[in-house]
Design a binder for this molecule. Sequence first.
Ligand code: GLN
Ligand code: ZN
Length: 755
Amino acid sequence: MKTSVIGYPRIGELRELKFATEKYFKKEITSDELEKTAAALRRRHWEAQSKSAVDFIPSGDFSFYDLMLDTAVMLNAVPRRYKDLGLGQRGEYFAMARGYQGKEGDVKALAMKKWFHTNYHYMAPEIGDDTQISLSGTKPVDEFVEAKNLGILTKPTVIGPFTFLKLAKYTGKASAEDFFDAIAAAYAQLIQQLEAAGAQWISFEEPALVYDLSKDEVTFFKRLYDAILGAKQKSRVLLQIYFGDIRDCYTEAIGLDFDGIGLDLVEGKKNLDLIASYGFPKDKTLFAGLINGKNIWCNRYAQTLQTLDRLSASVGSLVLGTSCSLLHVPYSLRHETVLPEAYTKHLAFAEEKLSELADLKRIVTDGDAASLSANGALFAEARYEKNTGLYKTIEGLDDEDFTRRPAFPEREKLQREALGLPLLPVTTIGSFPQTPDVQANRSAFRSGRIDAREYAAFNRRKIAECIAVQEEIGIDVLVHGEYERNDMVEYFGEHLNGYIFTKNAWVQSYGTRCVKPPVIWGDVSRAKPITVDYAVYAQSLSEKPVKGMLTGPVTIFNWSFPREDISPRESVMQLALAIREEVLDLEAHGIRIIQIDEAALREKLPLRKSDWHGEYLDWAIPAFRLVHSAVRADIQIHTHMCYSEFEDIIREIDAMDADVISFEASRSSLSIIDALTQCGFQTQVGPGVYDIHSPRVPAQEEIENALRRILEKISPEKLWVNPDCGLKTRGVAETLPSLKNMVAAAKAVRGGLVK
Ligand code: GLN
Ligand code: ZN
C-alpha cells in the first residue's frame, strides 16, 4: 500500500516563512533573502515527507501568500490596476495580496474570503471582461524541478480549473463559460509542461466539487476535463477532492479519464456509499483520505484499517492519504515541551500524521502488531472527569432560557434613552494595535521575568492610553483595546475549565497571519470572572460607554480544536453557559454595552444547504441567544462578524437577537446591505467602512462616500460607523490617521443629516 499527502504546512515549524515575509515587507531583507528562506523550507518539508516514506509527496503546495492567488498569477488573471503599478513580479503579487500605497499608485487588495469552512482565507481572483487567461506562470513546474533536483520525485499539485472559476469574482459581464477554451488550453499545456519536466502524477485539487452543484455546473466540470485530459500522454492525473463528498458528480467524476480520484473519507459523509452504490473503476486508483487533515487527534488505526478493508473489496488500486491538506493543522508536537505526555500522546500534528501514514503502511504490508495495539490502548483510556451536573443543566434548558425580553423594538427605545449616543455612533471592533511593548510585556510575564501585578499594571497603562486616544479622536463608544489578549479565543480558553494549550501549534489563517487554536479537552465551565477587572477599570476612565468585550460560544468553539467524543452542540452549549455567566457579571459591574463577538459564526456553516439547519444553525443561533437572554433591557448587546457573506442566512443572524451587529463589508462589496433591507433586518448595523487587513490609510472622503452609499439603503437611526475588524494586526502609524479620517467622515455625514 502506498501513501499520499495533499499538502504540507508551508509556514514552517517555527513560522519561519511568516517572519521572513514580514521582514521583507518592512524592507529588512531583500527579495532574494526571502526566496532563500522559502527554498530552505520547501526542502525541509519535502525531506520530512520523504523520510516518512510518503509515496506521493506534493510540490506546488508552497505559497508566499495563498494558492488561489498563485493560480490567478499562473493563469494571467491579474487585474490591470496591479500591472499598472509596474512593481515587478513579487511586488505585483504582494500588491494583490495586501493592497499597495506608494508613489506608483494606491490600490486595494483583492477580496479575501474564507476557504470553504476552514479558518484559512484565500484571495478571490478577479476576472473581468478583458482578462486573458493563459498559462503565463511556471510555479508548478519550477517547484517540481526544484524537488527533483534534490532527488525527490513529487506529485505536482495545483488548484483545478473548476474550483478556480467557481471561486473567482466576475467584475464584468463575462462568466466562467466565456473562459472555457482559454482555461482548458492553459491546463492542458500545464500537463504537457509537467510531463516534459518528468512528472509521473499530477494532482488537480477540486474542492469546489463538494458544494451543491447544478446540472449545468456538473456538465461544465465534465466538459472542462474532457477537454484537458486529452493532453496527457505519459503522466497520470489525479482528481483530488476534499472537505466533503461529491454526491452531485460522482458518476461523472469516475467516468472521466482521470487515473486517480482522491476522496475525503473523513468529512465526505456519502463518499463510501457512493463507492458502494456506483462502484469504482478498476483502472483507476482511489486516494482514500482517511488521515484527518483538520483535527489534531491521533488516528484510530483499527477503524482506518477496517475502512481500507471494506474499500479493497470494491477498489482495485488503493492509496492511503490525508483527507485534505495538512495546512490546517500545526506542524509538530516536537515543540510542545510543556504539555504533559498524558495529553500529547493523544495528539497528532502534521509531522505525527506522517508517522501515522508510515505506521499504517507498515501495519498493512508487514502486519506491525505492536503499533496497532499501542494505538488501540490509547483509545481505551478515560481522558477526563465528566461534569455530570453540567449535562443535566443543558438538558433542562427551555425556551425561556433562549429568549431575551422585552422584544427588540422596546429595547431599542430604552437603550437610546440610556446611552444618549449621537446619530451614526462611531466605534471600533475592540482590539488596538498590539505594539512591540504589548508583546514584550506578555512574553516577559510568560517567561516569569515579571509577575502578575507588573503584567497587569502595564496593561492598565495601555488601557488608559487607549481610552485617552479614543477620547481625543472623538470616538463615541470606546473599547479597552484588548491588550491582555494574545488571541480572542485562546484568552477565553485560558480562563475556562476544560481547555489545554499548546506553545507552538500555529496554523496559517491568511498570508503571514497564524492562529494558535486552544484544545477543548474536557467539559467546559467558567472558573472565575474573565474580563471584568479590565472592563471596569476602562469604564472608570471615561464618561462615554466602554464596551465589555467577549468572544461568543460558537466562535470559541469554531476556533478551538474540538473534542470528537461529544457533539458540537453539546460543546457549544457548555461554552454558552460559561460566557453567559461572564455577561451577567459585566452587567452587575456597571458595563452598559457588551459585545459578544461571533467572528467565526458564518465560516462553519455546512457547505451544503441541506445541512445548514440540522447540522449547525439549529444549535448555533440558540447558543448565542442563551448567552445574552438574561441581561437587562437597557444593556446594549453588540456582536461582530468577520465574514460578510451571510446574505443567505440573514434571518438567522437577525434571530440572534443582538441589538447591534458590525461586520466586514469593505473588502467585499456592500451588497449585503441590500439583503438586509430586503428582509426587514431589525438589528442596528455597523458595516465596516474600511479594511483593516491592509496597511492602507483610507481618506476621509472615501469613508464619507461609503457612508453616503450605505445611507441610501439604511436609515441613519440604524447605522453605526466602524472599521471592518479589530485593529490588533495593524500598526499605530496607520491606525490613528485611519480612525481620525473615520471620525471626520462620520461627523461630516452626520452634519448633513441633522440640518
Ligand atoms: N474584538 C475582536 C478584535 O477586535 C474581534 C476580532 C475578530 O473579529 N476577529 O480583535
Ligand atoms: Zn472581525
